[in-house]
Design a binder for this molecule. Structure first.
Ligand code: AMP
Ligand code: ZN
Ligand code: FE
Ligand code: FE
Length: 284
């Protein structure tokens, strides 16, 4: 049985492999399909799809939207029409709000004598720039030992250069994905450290706005956790998805396709996911 990986970051956000490189590596691993789910951008999807066509690997369009629900929740979207006007408008707003926050962070660092140029970061890192990119620059400047160290000492909430950024509400995240013909999926449900009743509330709230799936297999979850999530998804009638959260060299402990070693997402999960997308159906 072939496998797939539906949670991948490319160099269009904070991964290090280009979208085409991701697809080539997936082909070498004999994966049947991948989805590039970059943070707040679909800029890598077309390149992945083109490479996938060449190699016979399905490259599903995807996105991961950082969303506000008291705390931060991630919503994945699959099989989107990446040229949907509402999606484009929404992602443009998120990126411009990111840019505004990032420019302020860069100015705060520059005021302390750190050699940092946000325009240069834009041309080097591409569309969706976030604190992980600042982490890399701080490491390069010799101001931190690792990106994690940079977070701990400079850019984590509460540290000197941290600034919050505007986020889409969770309702809008789910709705916009639906409006773009895609399938909204609750990402890595255990990462929010919610009690079961609160997790159920979150699921039900998202379902009220059109949630259709839940990520049940994830690099950091063991079989018991996956079975728990699969049962929950079944109870709510949500389709299961799964993926590694591969970020290339930025998270070297997470391997494409296999996560920390035991990840296994069957290719059979793709069909029910695709069946829910309206962007792949004939449109009148
Ligand atoms: P941003 O959206 O620019 O505020 O950056 C958020 C991203 O930074 C998240 O998606 C994480 O990948 C990463 N991040 C957040 N907190 C930490 C942390 N303490 N250590 C390492 N990475 C983090
Ligand atoms: Zn990331
Ligand atoms: Fe995430
Ligand atoms: Fe992710």
């Amino acid at each position: 049985m072939k496998q797939i990986d539906l949670h991948i970051h490319s160099s269009a956000s904070d991964g290090t492999d280009s979208p085409a490189e991701v697809v080539r590596k997936a082909g070498a691993l004999d994966l049947a399909a991948v989805a590039i789910t970059d943070h707040d951008t679909v800029a890598g999807c077309a390149e992945a799809a083109a490479e996938g066509q060449k190699l016979g690997v399905e490259a599903v369009s995807g996105v991961e939207l950082t969303s506000r629900y008291g705390r931060t929740i991630h919503i994945l979207g699959y099989y989107l029409r990446t040229n949907s006007p509402v999606l484009t408008r929404t992602l443009d707003r998120i990126i411009s709000e990111r840019d505004e926050r990032n420019r302020k962070m860069a100015r705060m660092m520059a005021a302390d004598g750190i050699a940092i140029d946000y325009d240069e970061m834009k041309s080097r890192f591409g569309s969706s720039i976030g604190r992980p990119h600042f982490g890399r620059v701080l490491v390069e400047q010799g101001l931190a030992e690792s990106v994690q160290d940079a977070f701990d000492r400079y850019i984590e909430k509460g540290q000197r250069y941290y600034l919050p950024r505007w986020m889409l509400s969770i309702e809008r995240s789910v709705e916009v994905i639906r409006e773009a013909g895609g399938v909204p999926v609750l990402a890595h449900p255990f990462q929010y450290k919610l009690e079961e009743s609160a997790l159920r509330q979150l699921i039900e709230h998202c379902m009220d706005h059109g949630l259709l799936g839940m990520e049940c297999r994830y690099s950091l979850y063991d079989e018991e956790q996956s079975q728990y999530l699969l049962a929950l998804a079944k109870e709510y009638g949500l389709v299961p998805t799964g993926g590694s959260d591969y970020h290339g060299a930025n998270k070297p402990h997470l391997a494409l396709g296999s996560g920390t070693g035991q990840l296994c997402v069957p290719a059979a999960w793709l069909e029910p996911l695709r069946a829910l997308a309206t962007s792949t159906k004939m449109r009148p």
